[in-house]
Every structure is written in structure tokens, then in C-alpha cells.
Write a protein of this length. Structure first.
Length: 255
């Protein structure tokens, strides 16, 4: 519908924000832990997340309708379930399509797994911002992109990294110096339960940070800006802690 000068600038700003953040993570990662070629595979197949989302809405056309539970509960349901959980699940599916194939052939570094899981989130944010730029009214698109140019792009990447952290935990085992509890012993013997529980934790972690962000955007109260910054900083800190944890305390499972 439109792509005026302001929206074009804001759209490319959102791309640069994501690019520089990804570049920073890549440069700070252990040597040869991340492959550019593999990253592009995950980035490209990340477009499937949008395709899955589109078909989901065709099957369930009323999914985004507000459910009358009362104002707070309605917005919470919208932010956490109708938007965050759905989008994070779609991104996980697009990631797993590539990952399930590659994991049978190669063994990735844990940090690489975490990084690759953020690639579908990167392309998802890019395409979502592009959609806002061309399909919204000029005033709405400019206002929305001004918010999304930095904050939403970082939000999607952080959510992807949190998802990737838990997927990496499933694919590696703890260093022998760490003692195991009964739950660890149980899921070690039942691989499918281990995979299911770690995948669940990854999607839920990404959904929580994503849902909090969307909830604040939806209610638009006096301190929305500082709250969004706090949410993003918290997510960045958690992703950083997860990255350090994978580097220091874990090693890849032996075949």
C-alpha cells in the first residue's frame, strides 16, 4: 500500500538493528562455534514460520478475535496465547525442520545451536516489519515501525536465543563435575521425555518474554517505554547468561 520515506528509513533501521545484534553475538562466540553457511540455512527456512502462521489463520480465522474475559484477562490472553505462544511455536517448527535434518549428519557447538535458533526469529521480525510498512495506514505504520525498529527486532532475537538455549541443553550433557538429581536421571533414561520437556521450556521461555512485551504494547500506559526497555534488558541478560553457561559448563553429547 505504501512505503513512504519515513517508513523506508524505519524499516531499514529495524534491519540494521537485527543485523548488528546478530553480528555482535557472532563475534563474541567461541571460534568456529557458528557457521555462516548454516546460519543462512536457518534464516532462509525461517520464512516457513510466516507460511505456517498464514495457514494457521486460514484454518482458524477467528483466532485473533478478543475473547470476553474482562479487560486485563482478555489482553493477557491476547498477548501471551493468541500472539506470543503462536508465533514462537511457528518459529520453533521452522527451526526444527532444518535442525532435525542437520543433527543427523553433524554435531553443532551448543552456542551454535542457540545462535541458529535465533535465525527464524530474525527473518520473522524482518517480514513482520515489512508487512507493517506496506499494509498499514501512513500514520499507524510510521508510529508502529518507530517502536518496532529497535525494540521488536531485539525482542524476537532474544526470544529465539532463549528458545535455542533450551534446545542446546537437550542436545548436550552436563559436565561430570555437576551432580545429577532424580529428574535428571529419569529424563536421561527417557530421551523423548527429555526432548519434550526441554523443548517445552524453550517455547515457554520465549513466550513469556514475548508475551510481556506485547502486553505492555497493548495496554500503552504511562511507563510503557521504560517497561519495554526493562523487559528487553532482562531478556538480553538472560540470553547472555545462557550463552556463558553453554560455553563454560557443558559439552556435546558423545555419539
Amino acid at each position: 500500500m505504501l512505503f513512504n520515506d519515513n517508513n523506508l528509513i524505519l524499516f531499514f533501521l529495524s534491519l540494521l538493528t537485527g543485523f548488528f545484534y546478530i553480528l555482535y553475538v557472532y563475534m563474541k562466540s567461541p571460534y568456529r562455534s557458528i557457521s555462516i553457511k548454516n546460519s543462512l540455512y536457518y534464516l532462509g527456512f525461517g520464512t516457513l514460520s510466516i507460511t505456517i502462521l498464514i495457514y494457521f489463520f486460514k484454518i482458524f480465522p477467528g483466532w485473533n478475535n478478543y475473547i470476553e474475559y474482562g479487560l486485563i484477562s482478555t489482553v493477557l490472553f491476547k498477548a501471551f496465547i493468541q500472539v506470543a505462544l503462536l508465533e514462537e511455536t511457528c518459529k520453533y517448527i521452522s527451526f526444527s525442520i532444518v535442525d532435525n535434518f542437520r543433527s543427523k549428519l553433524v554435531e553443532d557447538h551448543p552456542v551454535g545451536i542457540m545462535f541458529y535458533a535465533a535465525m527464524p526469529s530474525m527473518i520473522f521480525a524482518m517480514l513482520e516489519n515489512f508487512d507493517y510498512a506496506i499494509n498499514s495506514s501512513e500514520e499507524f505504520a510510521t508510529r508502529t515501525l518507530a517502536i518496532r525498529a529497535i525494540s521488536s527486532t531485539v525482542l524476537h532475537l532474544v526470544a529465539g536465543l532463549l528458545l535455542g538455549y533450551w534446545i542446546a541443553l537437550y542436545r548436550v550433557k552436563k559436565h561430570p563435575k555437576f551432580s545429577r538429581n532424580k529428574w535428571d536421571m529419569f529424563i536421561t533414561k527417557h530421551t523423548w521425555i527429555r526432548k519434550l520437556s526441554y523443548t517445552f521450556m524453550g517455547i515457554i521461555s520465549a513466550t513469556i518474554i514475548h508475551g510481556l512485551y506485547d502486553y505492555v504494547l497493548f495496554i500503552e500506559y504511562e511507563y510503557s517505554d521504560i517497561t519495554i526497555i526493562t523487559i528487553l534488558l532482562t531478556g538480553l541478560i538472560l540470553a547472555y547468561i545462557g550463552n556463558i553457561d553453554l560455553i563454560k559448563n557443558y559439552k556435546l553429547k558423545k555419539p
